[in-house]
Design a binder for this molecule. Structure first.
Ligand code: OOB
Length: 543
């Protein structure tokens, strides 16, 4: 059998669907490269992106992307090869990824917060041959971590570094535009996005040029974008939300300008909003709360901000109602997923809809099912499982036969795992979710994955990881641990997790030691039941 990591990522809609999505004008046959070329030709001098260091016009972004493509190709990378991209919010993000698109290479987006264990997982799963990263950011040296992973994963050969390259390949020295660019099929996979790990490790989500470009092109008008829009990228650019809802790509598609924020802190961003006359940005709920706390005291003029999008986790109505009075802009709730479906409240919706709902789908072609536990449709207003299918929702993960069988129905609906209610007009209200993952400030964390790491600790006999409602984070990670012999310190368990090379957001916020886990007369209870009981008991004690 061939190594699954080596097979080319694919995303296949049955022909009748593909034909319909084309005929109805959703899929236009554009590619990332063709749309960037079109914008650079239409308005070469217009500013496309800035960060604290660089300000590049559309023509400059294109020229740098072409040079990057030349550099990648000169390394011997071939169309279809995967390349890990681990970059913080810097202007270089754009030429790094557009260069990959132009060369027919497939970016695999890794978060700056990811550490060795995750990088290794993505390298193996994708079969990546190279990684593009930055010399250092926020005190962390990315090339050293990439080198550690290269030593573990034979396919990973090239480390390409923007900034001080050390002994690695210098991204900044890529200067030669190739003689010819490969032909790119718009229906081919453009990149691999990572899923929030619902069960176990993160899966890879193959998105095509056709489907993804449709999702952000159609988001533009819904989010009020025009060539005058200035989008502040405050969340990590690798996330689907700031990347495409409408995010950086939707803004460039509309001919607007992207401002990269080094971090999402209120003071950092307020300063940028004033300096760059930012008109729209997107945040997760905890950050929106912090911004609302900081706004009345700030000395910066944030009056240019027209739209604040909030999504990634439930934004409670009481907080949502404060956005307009406190920040002076329109709130747009965004309920989306890297697998596809994105819902928005519309800018012109009545305040009640904006505050109370998580919006409605982008597309008339988005099909939404809300089903009870038996799989029968529920009435409007009744909570049920959300399933969806449409012109930008995937039909399968990359090389995950078992997960695909669980996550997709035979007729191609994606089981989102979310429990929602449908309201009048097709608006959705998110009620919760069926699965066991933790939504910590918008980052989705698999309980199983964290448990696996805890169990590797010699003093841990058993572990169960549970989400606990948290006023600020939405949910926090609580690890219940049955010690083996002497009880380790909570802080020591957390330090152990970090040493295993895990993203900081997966380290439990709280560690609770218990003498044993409850078992029933019939034997061990299921993990799901155990987690639910631990959460319940814990909440009772807290109350
Ligand atoms: C976004 O994408 P992911 O892939 O990180 O997470 C998707 C999950 C959803 O299935 C849902 O459980 C939760 O995040 N979620 C929300 C929400 N937005 C996302 N839950 C309640 N209210 C919301 N507004 O998080 C994402 C992707 C594109 C746009 C926006 C968010």
């Amino acid at each position: 059998m061939s190594d699954p990591a080596q097979s080319l990522p694919r995303q296949i809609w049955p022909e009748e669907f593909a034909a319909r999505y084309r005929a109805e004008g959703y899929w236009k046959g554009e590619t990332f490269g063709s749309f960037l070329r079109a914008r650079a030709a239409a308005h070469p001098e217009r500013l496309a992106v800035s960060d604290g260091v660089n300000r590049w016009s559309y023509a400059e972004v294109l020229a740098r992307s072409e040079a990057a493509a030349g550099g990648y190709m000169a390394l011997g990378l071939k169309p279809g090869d995967r390349v890990l991209v681990q970059l913080p919010n810097v202007a270089t993000f754009l030429p790094a990824v557009f260069g990959l698109f132009l060369a027919g290479l497939i970016p695999v987006y890794v978060l700056p917060a990811h550490r060795r264990t995750e990088l290794e997982h993505f390298a193996r799963r994708s079969g990546a041959k190279a990684v593009v990263t930055l010399d250092q950011f926020d005190g962390f040296a990315y090339p050293a971590m990439a080198a550690e992973v290269r030593d573990l994963v034979p396919d990973l050969q090239h480390i390409i570094v923007a900034g001080e390259a050390g002994g690695h390949i210098s991204f900044d020295s890529f200067g030669q535009k190739p003689e010819a660019f490969p032909e790119i099929d718009p229906s081919s996979v453009a990149f691999l996005q990572i899923s929030g790990g619902s069960t176990g490790l993160s899966k890879l989500i193959p998105r095509t040029h056709d489907d993804y470009i449709y999702s952000f092109a159609a988001s533009g008008p819904i989010c009020g974008l025009s060539e005058h829009s200035v989008y502040l990228c405050a969340l990590p650019a690798a996330h689907n939300f700031p990347m495409s809802s409408p995010g950086i790509f939707g803004t460039l598609y509309a001919g607007g300008r992207v401002v990269m924020a080094p971090n999402p802190a209120a003071e950092t961003c307020f300063k940028l909003i004033e300096a760059e006359r930012v008109t729209i940005t997107g945040l997760v709920p905890p950050l929106a709360l912090l911004w609302m706390e900081a706004a009345p005291k700030t000395r910066h003029d944030i009056s240019s901000l027209e739209v604040l999008q909030v999504g990634g986790a439930k934004f409670v109505a009481e907080a949502a109602a404060r956005v307009r009075p406190v920040l002076g802009c329109t709130l747009q709730q965004v309920f989306g997923m890297a697998e596809g479906l994105v819902n928005y409240t519309r800018l012109e919706d009545p305040e009640e809809i904006i505050v109370q709902t998580q919006g409605r789908p982008i597309s008339p072609a988005d099909e939404v099912l809300i089903l009870d536990d038996e799989g029968n449709p529920v009435e409007d207003g009744t909570p049920g499982h959300l399933l969806t299918r449409g012109p930008y929702t995937i039909r399968a993960y990359h090389n995950e036969p078992a997960a695909n069988a669980r996550s997709f129905t035979p007729d191609g609906f994606y089981r989102t795992g979310d429990i929602v209610k449908r309201l009048e007009g097709g608006y959705l209200s998110v009620q919760g979710r069926a699965g066991d993952h933790i939504n910590r400030a918008g980052e989705k964390i698999s309980a199983e994955e964290v448990e696996e790491h805890l169990l590797a600790h010699p003093a841990v006999f058993d572990a169960a990881v549970v989400s606990i409602p948290d006023e600020f984070l939405g949910e926090r990670i609580c690890a219940f641990i049955v010690p083996r012999g002497e009880k380790p310190k909570g802080a020591e368990v957390k330090a152990f997790m970090r040493k295993r090379g895990l993203a900081e957001f997966k380290v439990p916020d709280q560690v609770v030691f218990v003498p044993e886990f409850e078992t029933t007369a019939v034997g061990k209870v299921s993990r799901k039941v155990l987690r639910a009981r631990l959460r319940e008991e814990f909440m009772k004690k807290e109350a």
